[in-house]
Design a protein around this ligand. Structure first.
Ligand SMILES: [Zn+2]
Length: 269
């Protein structure tokens, strides 16, 4: 991740890559969190949870990681399992139980680390590099689009936001991924080549918000991108007179229903 609303801690990402390597995951389809959990003395189960989406119970005999059964088989359920695995691997000192509600977000460092671990263990470094090499022709022709991110998400069984954040961290194009809710920036990540700074809680210009909403209403996520004045997205002085190409898609995976995920590309020239 080049520039973003926050940076994952390097040791967390290294730990997730190491765990995936030790588990001998050589293809995205081989990533099995039950294996990761078992290798660290735990068992992964699904059950009804009312206090959170995931929970960890650690005892002297081992650990039980539970994911809400209503999420079983979904990318979000996998992410919760990976988040709990993050607690198991990273936080040996955590007490008897940890209840996690990941969607609502958390400012606690442990929760952030567990989520960063979770995203990474589902998209390990070497496997992402291999996927990028295979996708080189598509990326060379069209660059990173939401369509490409969707393909990545399907292969790695992650949500579109996780896929987009992972890919934005790996390409050189002038791109930014932005999550907004009711036209207000919730999080963002940009490549170094993206020429503007984005700001948390920045309220989009009315035009950009309207276009984003309109695009969502028409479900044009994979269709034609929209041209948006750059100053609608940023207070950056250089943005004046510049344009951005925008794709938007309704946020998914348990996130707020009124959220939107947008991929911005600075237009050349
Ligand atoms: Zn947690």
């Amino acid at each position: 991740m080049r520039r973003s609303w926050r940076a994952p801690r390097p040791f967390v990402l290294e730990s997730a890559d190491a765990v995936a390597h030790q588990a001998l995951f050589r293809r995205p389809g081989e990533i099995d969190l039950a294996v990761v959990v078992a290798a660290h003395g735990g068992v992964l189960v699904h059950g009804r949870l009312d206090r959170g989406e995931g929970a960890m119970l650690r005892t002297p005999a081992g650990a039980v990681l539970t994911v809400d059964e209503r999420l079983e088989g979904t990318p979000h359920g996998l992410f919760i399992a990976a988040h709990e695995a993050g607690h198991l691997v990273l936080h040996p000192d955590v007490g008897l139980s940890a209840w996690c509600r990941v969607v609502s977000g958390s400012f606690f460092q442990r929760e952030i680390d567990a989520s960063d671990f979770g995203s990474r263990v589902l998209t390990p470094g070497p496997l992402v590099e291999a996927w990028l090499r295979a996708a080189e022709a598509t990326l060379g022709a069209h660059g990173l689009t939401l369509h490409v991110a969707r393909a990545f998400a399907d292969v790695f069984r992650v949500s579109l936001p996780v896929a987009l954040l992972r890919l934005v961290a790996r390409v050189e194009e002038p791109l930014a991924a932005v999550c907004t809710r009711e036209g207000v920036v919730r999080w963002w990540s940009a490549t170094n080549a993206f020429p503007f700074d984005l700001t948390m809680r920045f309220a989009l210009g009315r035009a950009a918000h309207a276009r984003t909403s309109e695009a969502l209403a028409r479900h044009v996520a994979h269709g034609e991108p929209e041209l948006v004045p750059a100053e609608a997205w940023t207070k950056h002085r250089r943005a004046r007179g510049a344009t951005l190409v925008e794709h938007s898609v309704r946020f998914e995976g348990g996130a707020p229903a009124d959220g939107a995920l947008t991929l911005l590309r600075a237009r050349a020239g």
